[in-house]
Every structure is written in C-alpha cells, then in structure tokens.
Design a protein around this ligand. Structure first.
Ligand code: ZN
Length: 235
C-alpha cells in the first residue's frame, strides 16, 4: 500500500487483520510455512468479503510447536508476548480500532500466550479491541472441528489456497521417520522421530473439502468482525 491508500483504508474501516503462524514441520507434502500462509490466505479472503480492513504480511514467530522437528523455529513466551504487545501498540498508533489476530498454528502454548497478551492489552487500552483466535474456533464443518496437524483439514485448506505449494506426491502413509534435532532451545520435550499418519491424505484430503472449510471459516470471521464493530459503535 502507498501512504495514501493506507490512510484511506484506515479511514474507511479501522480494522487490522494479523495472520500469524510458525515455521514448523508439516509432513513431507506441505511447506514449513504452512500455518502462517494458511492464516494469510484466510485473512485476505476475510478482508475481501468484509470490503475493508488491512491485512498484515504473514508473521512466522510463535511458541512450540514440534520444536525438534526438521525446519521448525520456536520462541520463548516472553519474546512472543513482547512482540505482539508492541505490534498492538504500533497498530493502535496508526489508527486501529479493532485488531483480529488469526493464528494458523495451534496448541495451548501458542493460543493461551496470544490470548493472554490480547486480554492484557484490552484492559490497558479500552479505545482498541484485540481479538485472537485459531481459525477453527467457533466453527464446524460436517460436524467436525476443522483442525489438525498437517492432516485432512490443514492439507485440504492449504491445497485449496496454494495448489502450487502442495506436494501430495511426497506423502507416504503410515509410519514415517522425521529428522529430529538433538537439541532445541525453548522446547518442552523431545519429539518422537517416528510420526504416524492415521489417514491416507491422498484419499481423505481434497481441494473441495478445503474450499468448504475455508468458506465457513471466512464467513465466521467476517461475522465476528461485523459484530465487534457494531459493539464498538453501540458504546
Ligand atoms: Zn499447522
């Protein structure tokens, strides 16, 4: 965005949408950046459907994480709290009234950390509202929560949004060996170097299922932003 486009966008709708994830092993068929890229794809579609809002570039810094698995980078609680606190402060400075953080990387370690920062920030700055959620929160697709680690749901959603980055030819079902680093700072435990796929993703994942899940998630998030904006106006 140019500065003029930026100022006009903030004036039109002071909503900032922040996709965040991790560089983390996601099977042999998905890129390490899948969590952040998945969130980014969802956030772009949310802004498009909303007709406004500014989507930040994807952010890859987060909490564990399969920290010892090949290509995975994870960070400490203190750093991530400080990073997001300062990001929210900066977005407040440039005119944010509502900040939606969509985390494509899950687990209580990540989700509780980011929600905790948002709660603290909201208490200190009542003029801005920050809301954080993993994309699947509050959503069901065919009676299931569309969340897993590189399984049917992530693979389908990613394949739908990034077909050129999805390499299902490299997927091998059953038990596979994952390269495991001998030491990892900011880790909770060593991972098992054998990973077991319970489903054959070549048969259970599809771009069609991914489209369905992404559409439902996008509709849910658009509704969430509209409701939060109405709550603000009603105050
Ligand atoms: Zn993931």
């Amino acid at each position: 965005m140019t500065p003029r486009e930026f100022l006009e966008a903030v004036e039109k709708m002071p909503v900032f949408i922040v996709p965040t994830g991790l560089l983390e092993w996601h099977g042999d068929h998905l890129p390490l950046g899948q969590d952040a890229l998945k969130a980014y794809g969802i956030c772009l579609r949310v802004a498009e459907k909303l007709g406004g809002g500014i989507v930040l570039p994807p952010n890859y810094w987060g909490r564990p994480g399969f920290s010892t698995y090949v290509g995975t980078l994870t960070f400490s609680d203190g750093l991530i709290r400080m990073l997001f606190w300062e990001l929210f402060e900066q977005l407040r400075k440039v005119g944010a009234k509502l900040i939606l953080v969509v985390t494509g990387h899950y687990g209580p370690c990540q989700v509780d950390c980011l929600k905790g920062v948002a709660d603290d920030f909201n208490r200190c700055h009542p003029d801005v509202h920050v809301t954080v959620q993993p994309e699947y929160e509050g959503v069901e697709v065919d009676g299931e929560t569309p969340a897993d680690h590189a399984g049917k749901w992530e693979t389908s959603m990613f394949w739908y949004m990034y077909p050129h980055l999805t390499v299902l030819e490299d997927f091998k079902p059953g038990r596979i060996e994952v390269y495991n680093y001998p030491d990892a700072p900011y880790n909770y435990y060593r991972e098992n170097s054998v990973w077991e796929w319970r489903e054959d993703l070549r048969t259970v994942a599809s771009r069609e299922l991914g489209r369905k899940a992404v559409d439902i998630i996008v509709d849910h998030l658009v509704e969430l932003v509209r409701r939060k904006l109405e709550e603000r106006e009603g105050r």
